[in-house]
Design a protein around this ligand. Structure first.
Ligand code: ADP
Length: 427
């Protein structure tokens, strides 16, 4: 039986789906994580303690382990663990993305530089240190523009600004956020802020799988809610896309070019792209699968989940006959609109009863401090729906969401200034 090393960070929505997938395929599973008891999963009997803050040391531990327990595939589930997966795979001579390509995909500035140098449509951008004087940066900017951290996800810290005063405020806000999350002490990218021209348009998310550099598009999700800022709350994703087939092909081609430019060659990728009269623009490409519980929307022939597909691909099992189930599906990432302490969420039963709703998962717990964007790092939960058409799916998600009523109480000033109880959940 092949052995899979699955790298699970402590804080991820993705653990459950990957653990379930590993149980379903015939594989000898070793979980590499920092703790044997995962907050989102069971205690692991087959467990390797790994430190996800030290790339070299962790690679050495995994290589040592592989001497007595030969490993056939290493899979990371989020932006950080995919870097470790690449490094360990390289050391074990397994098919993998280069470490530099995965690092580029998780650094928004590096990614912009690479996409630009490969001639892909790129907004004008510049980077500055968090302790730089914003007045010095101002003359370089066009308005509107977007201010963002280099390595966060889920739109955390991403702010559109329309004028110099807006920039001063957003800059200070992102600087405070990076300090609060402790990112500035961890890496240089945590001490930097990226500013890029705002790209108008509509947005799609694309799920893809790379094999030896060739991209297979697994799904294109439309994002029907406008994403014009000042903050960029992710809400509804619906697939299949309502864009005409030619546009969908161009979206796939643009993502493939971006992956090639970054040097990504193996495994899942997740892209966010904007479409306007001037073309198709890559907002970002991550060397991992879709975050949250959004993968629940995707099912492949014989009922395979996205995670099973990813693990099978990593283990070089045959996937040639796999088709995605055609039935339209969608997910709503339940946004946090009001800050405070979560008391309860009313209307769950009604929301779940809406025709087409297949799943309602509340991931926030009563007593949690809820923080809205742009400082927030997590969602309230997820709604998943299926229907006869993308329109029907979208309507079901909206109707179900209307039934949910989030009751919060004010947080004390000490609680408000505390670091998040769960740290930064890596989507
Ligand atoms: P994250 O990895 O945190 O999601 P992104 O860079 O993908 O950060 O930005 C989050 C969202 O902000 C995007 O999905 C998009 O809606 C919006 N956004 C980011 N950059 C731009 C831009 N240059 N122009 C317009 N919208 C943007």
């Amino acid at each position: 039986m092949p052995r899979l090393l699955l790298l699970l960070p402590a804080l991820t929505y993705r653990a459950e789906a990957f653990l379930k997938a590993a149980q379903k395929i015939n594989v000898n599973l070793t979980v590499g994580s920092e703790d044997p008891v995962h907050p989102f999963g069971p205690a692991f009997s087959n467990w390797l303690r790994l430190d996800f803050s030290n790339l070299e040391a962790t690679t050495a531990v995994a290589v040592e382990f592989a001497k007595t327990n030969p490993i056939d595939a290493v899979v990371g589930v989020n932006d950080n663990t995919t870097v470790f997966a690449a490094m360990i795979s390289e050391a074990l001579n397994l098919p993998h993305n280069s470490v530099s390509s995965v690092l580029a995909a998780r650094n928004k500035h590096r990614m912009r530089q690479i996409l630009k140098s490969h001639g892909l449509p790129t907004p004008q951008f510049s980077v500055c240190a968090i302790d730089e004087n914003p007045e010095v940066v101002l003359p370089r900017l066009n308005f509107p523009c977007v201010v963002k951290p280099l390595t966060l996800s889920a739109s955390c810290g991403v702010i559109r600004v329309d004028d110099p005063q807006g920039f001063r405020e957003a800059f200070a806000r992102v600087r405070t956020l990076l300090k609060k999350l402790g990112l500035q002490d961890r890496e240089e990218a945590g001490r930097q802020i990226l500013i890029e021209d705002f790209l108008p348009g509509v947005e799609v998310a694309v799920e893809g799988l790379l094999t030896n550099g060739a991209l297979r598009v697994l799904a294109i999700f439309d994002k029907p809610d406008p994403l014009d800022g000042p903050f960029f709350e992710e809400t509804i994703y619906v697939t299949p896309s309502r864009f005409p087939p030619e546009t969908q092909n161009q979206i796939g081609e643009t993502l493939a070019q971006a992956a090639l430019a970054l040097g990504l060659r193996e495994g899942p990728i997740h892209g966010e792209l904007r479409i306007n009269q001037k073309g198709i623009w890559v907002i970002e490409v991550a060397a991992r699968s879709i975050g949250g519980r959004c993968s629940q929307t995707l099912r492949f022939s014989t009922g395979l989940s996205l995670e099973e597909l990813i693990l099978r691909h990593a283990l070089r099992m045959n996937l040639s006959t796999l088709e995605r189930e055609a039935k339209p599906a969608g997910v709503m990432m339940l946004p946090i609109r009001q800050g405070g302490i979560l008391e309860r969420i009313e209307g769950q039963e009604k929301a779940f009863k809406v025709a087409g709703i297949e799943e309602l998962t509340i991931t926030a717990q009563p007593g949690d401090l809820l923080v809205p964007l742009p400082e927030g790092t997590r969602y309230l939960g997820f709604l998943v729906a299926r229907g006869e058409s993308p329109e029907e799916v979208e309507l079901a998600l909206r109707e179900a969401h209307r039934h949910l009523h989030v009751v919060v109480s004010p947080a004390s000033p000490e609680r408000q200034s505390s670091t998040p109880r769960f740290g930064v959940i890596q989507v």
